[in-house]
Structures are given as C-alpha cells and as structure tokens.
Design a protein around this ligand. Sequence first.
Ligand code: DAH
Length: 335
Amino acid sequence: MTQLESLKKIEEELNDLSEFANSVIQEAETERDLDEIRISLLGKKGKLSNILKNMGKLSGEQRPLIGQKANILKNQLQECLSLRKSRIIEDALKFKIENERVDVTIPPLGTPLGKKHPLLSTQEEIIDIFCGLGYSVENGPEIETDFYNFESLNIPKDHPARDMQDTFYLSNNLLLRTHTSPVQVRYLQENPPPTRIIAPGRVYRRDAVDATHSPVFNQVEVLCIDEGINFSHLRGTVLTFLKTFFGEVPVRFRASYFPFTEPSAEVDVQWKGKWLEVMGCGMVDPMVLEKLGIDSEKWTGFAAGLGVERFCMVKHQIDDIRRFYNNDLRFLEQF
Ligand code: DAH
C-alpha cells in the first residue's frame, strides 16, 4: 500500500469513526452507557488509538495533517459526549419530576371528624349529673364588678381572702371574675328561693402556671337554697355527684374557710397518688342571704365551686393542666 493509499484509508476510517461515534453517543441512555462509549472510542485501546496506530505508514508531511484531524475529531466527540450527558441528566430529572407530581386537585380521603374538647365533655357531664338532681343552668358575665365578685360575697376591701384570689383588674371597679360565685348573687337578686342552680364558666386568676394551675380555668358553681337545708344535704349531694362522676374513688372532706360560707370545706380526691383539691363548698353564710333581703331564719342553703380541669385530670389521669390549652392533636384525639 502506498503512503497515499494509507493516508486515504486513515482519513476514511476517521470519517467512519466520526459517523459511527455520533450515532452511538445519541443512543446512549445512561451516564454509565456514555462512560463505556467514551472509553471504547477515546480510551487507550479505543477505536481512535487503533486508527492512529497506522500513522507509522505515513510520510513526515502527512502525519501532522492526520494528527490535526484526529484532534479535531477527538474534541468534537468529547463535546458530543458532554452534550449527551447533560441531556441524559436533564431527562432523568424531568422523568423524576413528572413521576413524583402530586395532583393537588384529587379530593382527600375523607375529612377527619372533629371531637369535643375533653374540658367541654367534662363540663357537660357535670351539668348532666346536676340536672339529674333537679338543678338548672345559669350564667353570669366574665367581666365582673368588685361588688359581685367580692363585696356581696362577704369579702370587703382589705379582707385577707382577696389575697387567695389574685385578681386581674380592668379598672378600679371592673375585674375578670376570679370565681363563678358572683352568679349566686346575681341569680338570687332576681329569683327568690327555693333555689337549685349550677353556673358553669371561665374564671381568671393571676396564678403562676404549673401542672395544676392556669390563669384561666373553668368552674361550675352549685347553689341550693331551701327550707331546712343542712350540712348533710351538702355532703350527700357532693358524694352522690362524685360517685356518679368518678365511680368509686377515695374522697376527703377537709375543713376550710371561705368568707361566703360557714362552715366551709374543701374536697380532695386522689390524683397521681396524692390528694388533689377539686372543689370548695360550704353552708351559705346567713350574712350573704341577709344582704340580699332573704330571711336566713327561714332559708338555708349550701354552695360549691368545682374545678372542671381538675375533675377531667383525675378522671382521665392527665398529668398536666397545660395539656388542655396547647391544642396538641395527639393529646386531644384520645378523647
Ligand atoms: N369560689 C371559691 C373559689 O373559687 C370556691 C367555692 C367555695 C365556691 C365555697 C362556693 C363555695 O360556692 O360555697 O375559690
């Protein structure tokens, strides 16, 4: 073969390689395919090297010519490989996006039903039990005057009992009620005895927050006035209520003091192995009745204030009052 024929042959082989390589590269589907193709074309033992092995058969002037052509081809193939590579990566991303697309217009698999908040259920349960005993439900305002919240309940200004109920004042005379007891007075002003009412509602105290105290909580006030009501009626009613609400549960009556009842008691039940106060109660102080123009010789009565949160905590063994207000669904969904 003459040198010229060798040159022609190499040139032809380079052209064929170019054509072959371009089509193989276009057919590559993965980066791995591409890698193998690159090695088979441009690697040490690849097709290009193979062709160039025959350079020895060329003349001194012909070699640089082929060298240049081979370089151009090499650059072009590298360019082609990298273009294909970007394309493969792009396609893979497109495929991924396409397949992971979420159709936000598909309707959800049913909407979870809401439930009653455990405090509401507890309040309703308490109301139900007292309604069963012949009581009716009354309400009063959460913003109270000094008169209804304190004065009318035998708690004059500077009375130490005001310290028991650290108060949020709105003005000199207006405050957030610290208990539901003012509803007793409001009701009796309008309705002469006999009386059997309960008054559920929110109350406010400047208490430090801890596992059993919250600055806002719920009470149910109980008031029973009739002829001949005495402490055993109070005790019987409270015990009947507790038994209906809790079932059998250890109960303790503890002598206590409230300015609007005499005698007064607090009732504790067992919670987390300790006694927890769940209500205050007592015989309505005759002073309170007389101030309302009610004959305390004829009418006597008892009253109680129940802490709804605490009843709920004891019933469901809840460890911390703050759980009621955090609105953590994992907690609320259990009820
Ligand atoms: N009002 C009292 C309080 O919140 C609780 C209470 C005690 C209510 C005795 C009463 C009662 O009706 O007779 O601390």
